[in-house]
Design a protein around this ligand. Structure first.
Ligand code: DX5
Ligand code: ZN
Length: 215
């Protein structure tokens, strides 16, 4: 499954980007929220998500890189999030955030930055449904267009092994520096949801580029 990050698209032409994503064969549109606190950068937030949700029927995969996801989760779901991920390194209690997301009927994701051991999410795995996911960041969150960090691959394998041990099914999403080559490495390591931004949006033909992530 491919999720297209629009962060590095031309944000003055968001509707055109959303159309291109819808026609590309990708299943999800990835929406990166940054608050200038959890990460230094500030991207876009609730009103932009609302407009995008009114415009496109693409499922919206919202990635909260914010300090207090518990405070905002419900509002992002009302604004249109179909999948909502938040960081384990944030100030909020992960169990409480998962509970709010589930009570509002959308899919939850726990995101893990490169410096954080993947084992920090293990205590919460039993709170997740089979359609939920762990988002393993393959770059330091904050910017699009960075290079993939291969040292994150063992985290995918460790999580798959833990899930197998528990007889659990769950999705693993990866995000940052994903292209045909790094996407393949992640899939081999157990990821099944690939977020890609600059690789797809800079491609001459997005649909062809999406295929290189799934073939
Ligand atoms: C990074 C964001 C990513 C990023 C992906 O903080 O979470 O979603 O936009 O962009 P690329 O694919 O260009 O690394
Ligand atoms: Zn993201």
């Amino acid at each position: 499954m491919v999720s297209v990050s629009i962060l590095n698209g031309d944000l003055a032409h968001l509707a055109e980007t959303a159309d291109a994503v819808r026609q590309s064969g990708a299943e999800l549109l990835h929406f990166d929220v940054m608050d200038g606190r959890f990460v230094d950068n500030i991207s876009f937030g609730l009103p932009v998500l609302e407009s995008l949700n009114a415009y496109t029927d693409m499922p919206l995969d919202v990635h909260l890189m914010i300090q207090n996801p518990l405070h905002y989760a419900e509002r992002f779901i009302r604004a249109g999030a179909d999948l909502l991920s938040f960081h384990i390194e944030s100030d909020s209690d992960a169990a409480a955030v998962i509970d709010v997301i589930h009570r509002n009927g959308v899919r939850a994701g726990i995101a893990v930055s490169p410096a954080t051991p993947v084992e920090t999410v293990f205590p919460y795995l039993d709170l997740l449904d089979p359609e939920d996911f762990v988002l393993i960041m393959t770059v330091v969150p904050g910017l699009g267009g960075q290079s993939f960090m291969p040292e994150t691959l063992p985290k995918m394998r460790a999580l798959r092994a833990e899930l197998a041990k528990r007889g659990r099914s769950l999705h693993i999403e990866v995000d940052g520096g994903i292209n045909a080559e790094t996407g393949r490495l992640c899939r081999e390591a157990g990821a099944d949801m690939l977020v890609a931004g600059s690789y797809l949006l800079k491609a001459e033909n997005i649909a062809d580029a999406v295929k290189t992530l799934t073939d």
